[in-house]
Design a protein around this ligand. Structure first.
Ligand code: OGA
Ligand code: ZN
Ligand code: ZN
Length: 416
């Protein structure tokens, strides 16, 4: 903590200065526009500007910041947004910028801390891309072989670097395959635990996909399973599917189909903008009604097929014919045009989908918020059964793990 270092050389004893210039390797600082601070890490380096209000808000002294929880504890009920820096100093030994404020408070900021939080747009973009969430790359079905990365199950379980590569591939492309997993039912849980923890749903934590008499879910039949996203009827739709192939049918079917829903939406946006607009605007009711383990459920969530954020970026794709509600709460005039647009989206998705058959020991992982997936029909018999164990993970948990792994690998690299 920096506080003890202030003892004996308190900022209040310093002469009020507005600009400090040192030799070429030294930090220089100045107050600009009365409330901002400009920091030049060394001569000829690009100066970085930091708003005073933000700096004061992010003071890291013991009064303003709780170190062990890494949390702000500043008294925000009385926070003055008109706060001004009165004087600046630099500490070349510790490479810190010291600020005395108009509320008589004193703060010090490590140069590296400031650089990591630069307001320069390219630095912010880099942080968002490299650390917040990797930028997605959309792909067509024809590119599937290029983008689908394979990892060894054992390496994912034993090496953090491979775990990181798997999660990174999943974040960027929305799909990645693990190979060589043992054929026991605990694989999906062990994988989920390696990342964080399983996301439970109406159907439990792990679920088995096999043809079952009296199936409560359309997937538990050996019929073809048309392209869909799982669980569109949840507001918090589980993010990533883990499908572990334990037994694969010898019959011709049982292949998985995958298509990048974001790519299909790109095609629609480019070639049929009215359909795109409608599918991103009209709110559809998605539902699932039934009972599992003696508990009845009736799930509904209302959302468009293509969900966008305020900046027009995709946040989620919803599509499931079996789980689209017969309640359709839209104006009458919207119905037929919506069906036309939806049918176009589905046709485009089918045309772009890629089919492949997993083998025992394969674990297919994909982004349920983004990809549509399906399964071709197969003959289920005692001689030729099919047995898939599934579970879900959530992106919050995956991204968190990815950041921890990245931070750790950067720290290790910089120690070498
Ligand atoms: C499902 C599903 C795929 C498969 O259960 O929702 O998509 O391979 N299953 O059976
Ligand atoms: Zn403080
Ligand atoms: Zn599914």
């Amino acid at each position: 903590m920096w506080v003890p270092r202030l003892v004996g050389r308190s900022l209040s004893q310093l002469k009020t200065i507005h600009t400090v210039q040192f030799s070429s390797r030294q930090i220089s600082v100045k107050i600009v526009n009365e409330s901002n601070i400009e920091v030049q890490p060394e001569a000829n380096a690009k100066p970085l500007t930091f708003p005073g209000v933000w700096l004061r808000d992010n003071c890291m002294c013991g009064d303003c910041f709780h170190g062990s929880s890494k949390s702000r504890k500043l008294d925000w009920d009385n926070f003055d947004t008109r706060i001004r820096p009165l004087s600046l100093r630099t500490d070349e030994q510790s490479k810190e910028v010291l600020v005395k404020w108009s509320d008589a408070h004193e703060s010090r900021f490590p140069l590296s801390w400031l650089q990591e939080r630069s307001f320069e747009p390219d630095k912010q973009q880099k942080y968002l891309r490299d650390f917040y969430r990797p930028t997605t790359r959309h792909w067509s079905g024809a590119q599937f072989q290029e983008i689908a990365q394979h990892f060894s199950y054992d390496e994912v379980m034993s090496q953090d670097s491979v775990l990181m590569q798997w999660l990174q591939a999943l974040a960027i492309y929305g799909v990645a395959l693990l190979r060589g997993a043992p054929l026991d039912e605990g694989v999906v849980r062990r994988l989920a635990d390696r990342v964080g923890f399983i996301r439970r749903t109406t159907y439990g934590e792990e679920f088995v996909v096999q043809a079952k008499p009296g199936a409560q879910n359309f997937a538990y039949l050996s019929l073809p399973l048309p392209l869909h996203t799982d669980l569109p009827y949840y507001e918090y739709k589980p993010s990533v599917n883990i499908l572990h192939c334990v037994v694969q049918t010898d019959s011709p079917g049982g292949s998985n189909m995958l298509v990048d829903g974001f790519h299909v939406a790109d095609l629609l946006r480019r070639d049929h903008p009215e359909d795109f607009d409608r599918l991103s605007r009209v709110v559809v009711d998605w539902n699932d009604i039934g009972s599992e383990d003696g508990r009845e459920f009736h799930n509904i969530w209302r959302a468009p097929v293509i969900c966008l954020d305020a900046e027009g970026r995709y946040t989620r794709i919803n599509h499931s014919v079996p789980q689209r509600d017969s309640h359709f709460n839209v104006p009458l005039a919207e119905v037929l045009p919506w069906y036309e647009s939806y049918a176009r989206f589905v046709r485009l998705a089918i045309a772009d989908s890629h089919a492949f058959k997993t083998r025992p020991g394969d674990v297919l992982t994909f982004n349920n918020i983004r990809l549509l997936h399906g399964r071709t029909g197969y003959d289920d018999s005692e001689q030729s059964p099919r047995y898939i164990v599934g579970a879900y993970l959530d992106w919050d948990i995956i991204y968190s793990r990815l950041r921890v792994l990245k931070k750790r690998s950067t720290a290790t690299a910089s120690c070498q």
